[in-house]
Design a protein around this ligand. Structure first.
Ligand SMILES: [Zn+2]
Length: 202
């Protein structure tokens, strides 16, 4: 995950506080650089926005999409040990912020390549999780690994395969990753893979 991640933390004692502050409000106009003022815009909008007093640009701030994969090789899943904050040294599925100009599945494939250097065949959408508190939606695709050779990028200390009973559940970086892994292995055991899990985490 490239940019600072505002992901929800896992269920450890720090879970009560956000992993990172919720996104910092816009301070300056993207168009002209003047300090914005937070107020109701004049167009009937019912939310306060950062409005530029000089050029009237209204700055809309909306949730960000985080996309990733569940890369499987047989019964084992590929996890990445994070080399970046937050959650340095914790394990995650390869995932990160979607970029402009790419689709969800393209973003998921790109993050898998960047973080793990893993060759995959993309599968189906598996989970869609709204993390309301931090203004993010996390989406994970199933994926089939084409090789057990990985070339982790600079954001990853180590990329390795885990059987379900080897997964370091207490060392998973983010709740959305832990929930996705849990649901995936549950479905796999029950032979109900193929459905999409959509839910909210606060
Ligand atoms: Zn302006």
């Amino acid at each position: 995950m490239g940019a600072p991640m505002n992901l929800a933390p896992t269920g450890n004692p720090e879970a009560a506080k956000p992993a990172m502050p919720v996104r910092v409000p816009i301070k300056h106009c993207r168009n002209c650089g003047i300090a914005v003022v937070y107020r109701l815009p004049d167009d009937g909008d019912t939310r306060e926005r950062g409005v530029c007093p000089a050029c009237d640009t209204i700055h809309y701030e909306n949730p960000a999409n985080v996309v990733g994969t569940i890369p499987m090789l047989g019964e084992r899943v590929l996890l990445c040990k994070r080399n970046i904050e937050p959650r340095w040294g914790k394990w995650t599925l390869p995932a990160g912020f979607m970029e402009l100009g790419e689709s969800l599945s393209q973003g998921a494939a790109r993050e898998t390549d960047e973080e793990a250097g893993a060759q995959i065949e993309m599968g189906d959408l598996f989970s869609v999780i709204s993390v309301v508190r931090v203004g993010q939606v996390h989406m994970f695709y199933t994926a089939r690994l084409l090789s057990d050779q990985f070339k982790p990028g600079h954001e990853t200390i180590e990329a390795r395969l885990f059987r379900e009973d080897e997964i370091p559940w207490d060392e998973i970086a983010f709740r959305t990753v832990r929930e996705t892994l849990r649901l995936y292995f549950d479905d796999r055991r029950a032979r109900t893979l193929g459905r999409v899990h959509a839910f909210d985490l606060n």
